[in-house]
Unconditional design. Structure first.
Length: 255
């Protein structure tokens, strides 16, 4: 049901968002007819796979399997990453200077380390409980539909204060779902609406999701442009998910 409920707005966003970004922030290079030939020539120059490249390929497959089977092996993702790094260091695929030279990775590490810890501290200090209570008290007496819409908007744009979708969902999803149900919103509809909101909030800033800092540190998009485009796309996503989603959910009998 969750996939069926997401289908029309999700497909529309998959069509609209890339097209809109292409128009308002077009790529500098649009045609690369020589790319295939260039890749073929460069592969010929590289010759057969070296020992280090074979080891790297093995490590890639190994950590991929460990990540994919984490539910059964109970090995944390961080542990898997450290295992992969350790193997590459011990086998000489990379050196310690290579690790120190990865400025983008260290930058992402600092961004996430600081902001994720800050988010967890806000939860422990009771800020999220206070914030949810303040939002809930301001919605007393509202009909459930406008209350749910306001909760979705606050939920999405409060993500500017989080560097992790997991931290945000853990801290705010249960509280906001409880507020929506208290406002007489259908529980399953409220859960789906906030769940979809958890996905569309992830492109607002350069630190709002795991891939964000990696893409940002490549240097192709400056901070001001990223935030501006993130805001525009968030508005588009909200218009589509609310404008198409709620009528579609009505058809499905979710409310």
């Amino acid at each position: 049901m969750w996939a069926l409920a997401a289908f029309p707005p999700g497909i529309l966003c998959l069509i609209i968002v890339p097209y809109l970004l292409y128009k308002i922030f077009p790529p500098e290079i649009k045609f690369t007819p020589e790319a295939t030939e260039l890749a073929r020539r460069e592969l010929e120059k590289m010759g057969p796979m070296k020992r280090t490249e074979k080891v790297m390929f093995f490590v890639f497959l190994f950590i991929l399997v460990l990540w994919a089977t984490a539910e059964w092996t109970k090995i944390e993702a961080t542990t898997v990453a450290l295992i992969g790094l350790g193997i590459m260091l011990l086998t000489g695929v990379i050196g310690w200077d290579d690790v120190l030279g990865e400025k983008g990775a260290w930058d992402a590490f600092v961004w996430f380390g600081g902001l994720v810890m800050m988010a967890s501290q806000l939860v422990q200090l009771g800020f999220m409980k206070w914030f949810s209570g303040a939002v809930g008290s301001s919605l007393v007496g509202w009909a459930w539909l406008p209350a749910l819409i306001v909760l979705m908007l606050v939920y999405i744009y409060s993500h500017y204060g989080f560097a992790s979708g997991t931290a945000h969902v853990t801290a705010m999803f249960p509280a906001f779902l409880a507020l929506a149900v208290a406002a007489k919103a259908p529980p399953y509809l409220a859960a789906l609406a906030l769940g979809y909101s958890s996905a569309i909030m992830s492109g607002t800033t350069h630190y709002s999701s795991g891939p964000g800092p990696i893409y940002f540190n490549s240097g192709y998009v400056d901070l001001k442009t990223w935030w501006k485009l993130g805001l525009i796309i968030s508005v588009v996503n909200i218009v589509v998910w609310m404008g198409v989603g709620f009528p579609w959910w009505k058809v499905l009998g979710l409310w």
